[in-house]
Design a protein around this ligand. Structure first.
Ligand SMILES: C[S@@+](CC[C@H](N)C(=O)[O-])C[C@H]1O[C@@H](n2cnc3c(N)ncnc32)[C@H](O)[C@@H]1O
Length: 325
């Protein structure tokens, strides 16, 4: 007789805790303020902010045409009316998912340094673990990240989008809702989650194609299909796996302006190192560190430019909430 696996009560694949110290965050110091010093401290702070905002403005302006709105969002996450409405609809869907009963399994990110490939060369996934179905609602992208994804997709005019890691379809909804998106192919190894993602995406687009498969198997099948303008890699957050999937995705991309987005590049030291390796690998014409996500832009020339938002924002994550700055 086989025993059913215990249902874990923890949140599957939690997002890094909001407010947790990112690996590249500067150390914060606070000096005690003596009476009479208060005005001077305030003035110094103001000058610092003005200098920083000029640098941030220059940084946003240095982004390639189309990506300025995404850069502006990282600096000042003020949504448009349409973005606010989209986020409200997607959060409504998240609330529905949270009500689900029963058990659904998902693939977890393996421990750093454990990446392995099977005899056929395919990547082995992390462990498949059961969870309370409603708990998966917490995993999907929150509005602050979703709107950033939406702005990147809209900014580059992405028509064909590829996602590794559909989960319940929340980030996919932000991507597919961008004005130019005609097709979103999103891959999910858990068949039950793929079914949930299908239901989610049907509320936001008619162009979603959810494939219930391991990433590597689905990527094999995509080889003969038209190129993708944008890929979002958001699963199996382990350094070597991330670099591996980057290499697997690159030949499927539009080489003239295609964009690859890497999620959770501050998730662990190992993920941080993978991102730094990707920045240095020479595949991209430009890389942008937006904090928790990194972006690689493909182009005919490979000058290897790099834009580093956390350097001036002083924190290693994208805004956690609308209105954060
Ligand atoms: C972090 S979640 C994706 C969240 C989603 N992109 C969002 O933000 O709404 C990662 C998902 O990838 C799936 N996954 C992880 N490794 C996988 C693999 N090797 N093949 C297929 N699916 C995988 C997991 O089951 C999980 O649902």
């Amino acid at each position: 007789m086989t025993t059913a696996p215990a249902v874990a009560e923890v949140t599957p694949e939690p997002e890094p805790t909001p407010g947790s110290t990112p690996v590249n965050a500067p150390v914060r110091t606070s000096l005690p303020v003596r009476a009479g010093q208060y005005g001077r401290v305030q003035a110094e702070r103001l000058v610092k902010r003005l200098v920083w905002s000029r640098r941030l403005r220059m940084m946003v302006d240095s982004l390639p045409a189309g990506l300025e709105d995404a850069g502006a969002w990282v600096v000042d996450p003020e949504p448009t009316a349409a973005e606010r409405e989209l986020a409200a609809r997607i959060e409504g869907r998240r609330a529905q998912i949270a009500e689900a009963t029963g058990t659904i399994s998902s693939y977890h990110s393996p421990m750093p340094g454990t990446f392995q490939r099977a005899a056929d060369g395919h990547a082995l996934p992390g462990p498949l673990l059961p969870h309370r179905a409603g708990a998966h609602a917490k995993t999907g992208s929150k509005p602050a990240k979703g709107i950033l994804l939406n702005r990147i997709a809209a900014g580059i005019g992405a028509r064909r989008i590829l996602e590794l890691g559909a989960n319940t379809g929340l980030s996919g909804s932000y991507l597919a809702a961008s004005a130019s998106c005609e097709r979103l192919v999103t891959i999910e190894g858990s068949p039950e989650l793929a079914a949930v993602a299908r239901q989610t995406l049907a509320q936001f687009t008619q162009g979603a194609d959810v494939r219930a498969a391991l990433f590597d198997d689905a990527l094999d099948d995509l080889a003969g299909e038209p190129a993708f303008d944008l890929a979002f890699i958001d699963g199996q957050h382990e350094g070597a796996a991330t670099e591996y999937y980057c290499q697997r995705v690159l030949p499927l991309m539009n080489q003239q302006g295609g964009v690859v987005i890497f999620d959770d590049i501050t998730w662990s030291q190992d993920m941080r190192q993978a991102w730094l390796n990707i920045v240095d690998c020479g595949a991209f014409a430009l890389t942008v560190d937006f904090g928790r996500i990194g972006l690689g832009l493909l182009g005919p020339e490979r000058p290897g430019g790099h834009v580093d938002f956390p350097k001036y924002l002083g924190r290693g994550h994208v805004p956690q909430r609308i209105g954060d700055n």
